[in-house]
Design a protein around this ligand. Structure first.
Ligand code: NAD
Ligand code: ZN
Length: 353
């Protein structure tokens, strides 16, 4: 079993191995005594994994309560958030009881925010089942729900007590959902781990489970190191937003028809081309990133003009005052933050497209 520790104010472990879902009970006992546990799933992860996880918890003497929500982004909503809190209260959960998020980033963010809020904070365990949740959302402590005005507008920083990753879960993902996570893993490589990026590009058809474990392990190391330096996201952690200024604009303009990972892949392409054209990067990062998109069959053209993207990006959450912080690759494995004035954003997109 691979284990790494995320060294934030309250450190926690990430454990990874094929078949770990069936050992959830034993692993949970590392962070709590037997207690009530609320296992949160969506309709898909309930059918696929709930029995294994609940069975293991029951044999570890946990008192298991299960709640299942519809699958999809709409579930990260104040109504379901309320239902989850009421479910905990109806079942008399106390501060020494715990929650488990068994699902993708939607279930992780919703459960995490409920755990941060219920009785002003109870422990929770992340069991990410999408690649995106494993490489990104399950680590770092950001939890949130969406409001009518936009995504992730209400939330809290609340770190999990443990993250359990079973690469077997990835075998059930559709290709499109797999690609979403792969884009974030490639992003981690470009930000801070050239070996990871090279592995994604040249590894010669390794066993799927080995491939996925490497992506998750290396990406979490990149994320953990940035989160350890900047737990509350005021500095270094922003490097994780590589490709995301464009991605958020693309997602919004497409009414979220273009998925996050696909938008991130195009966002990386735009940022690396702009950096090449403007000579901000030390080496050409555009060609390897373009090769990555082609190799895995990502969409290459967002279908929006530089003007449209600039207008959508100018209302980004990452805007401060009259500038937007954009992440620029210096070389594969090293990125830097750069402030671009709002009125020059259109030039950034023109250079990048
Ligand atoms: N907190 C953070 O730091 C952070 C970081 C990145 C993204 N996010 C959030 O994560 C969410 C996106 O996460 P996501 O892409 O995992 O979406 P998701 O949770 O909606 O999962 C995508 C789909 O995959 C299904 N699914 C989950 N596991 C499966 C499996 N093993 N096999 C087959 N199907 C499975 C789900 O039911 C869902 O239909 C967004 O809301 C985003 O804001 C949060
Ligand atoms: Zn992302």
């Amino acid at each position: 079993m691979q284990r790494l520790t995320v060294k934030v104010a309250k450190p926690y472990d990430v454990v990874m191995e094929r078949g770990l879902l069936a050992r959830t009970g034993e692993l949970a006992l590392e962070v709590t005594a037997p207690c009530k546990v609320c296992v949160v799933t969506d309709e898909n992860t309930h059918g696929l994994f709930s029995e294994t996880v609940s069975g293991s918890l029951a044999s570890g003497d946990f008192d298991v309560y299960k709640i299942t929500f519809p699958a999809g982004e709409e579930t990260k909503d104040i109504a379901y958030f309320g239902k989850l809190l009421e479910f905990l209260a109806d079942n008399e959960f106390t501060r020494s009881d715990i929650m488990i998020a068994l699902g993708g980033g939607v279930i992780g963010d919703l459960t995490g925010f409920a755990a941060a809020s219920y009785l002003r904070g109870i422990k929770f365990i992340q069991i990410p089942t999408t690649l995106l949740a494993a490489v990104d959302a399950s680590v770092g402590g950001k939890t949130a729900i969406n409001l009518t005005a936009g995504k992730n507008l209400a939330g809290a920083f609340h770190q999990p007590s443990l993250v359990i990753y079973d690469p077997e879960t990835a075998e059930h993902l559709t290709h499109e959902i797999f690609l979403d996570g792969l884009a974030e893993a490639a992003k981690s490589g470009v930000i801070a781990d050239k070996d990871l990026f090279d592995y994604i590009m040249i590894s010669d058809d390794p066993p799927f489970s080995e491939f996925v474990t490497r992506l998750v392990d290396s990406s979490i190391r990149v994320k953990a190191s940035l989160v350890e330096q900047d737990e509350k996201d005021t500095g270094m952690r922003q490097l994780l937003n590589f490709g995301h200024t464009s991605a958020h604009a693309i997602e919004r303009l497409s009414n979220f028809d273009i998925t996050h990972g696909s938008a991130v892949a195009m966002g990386m392409l735009i940022a690396s081309k702009a950096a090449l054209v403007e000579k901000w990067s030390r080496t050409d990062c555009y060609t390897p990133i373009k090769t990555f998109l082609i190799k895995y069959g990502y969409r290459m053209d967002p279908g929006f003009s530089p003007e449209q993207l600039a207008a959508a990006a100018s209302i980004d959450k990452k805007r401060h005052g009259d500038v937007v912080s954009v992440v620029i690759p210096l070389e594969i494995g090293e990125c830097a933050l750069m402030d671009i004035p709002i009125d020059q954003l259109v030039d950034f997109f023109k250079a990048g497209m």
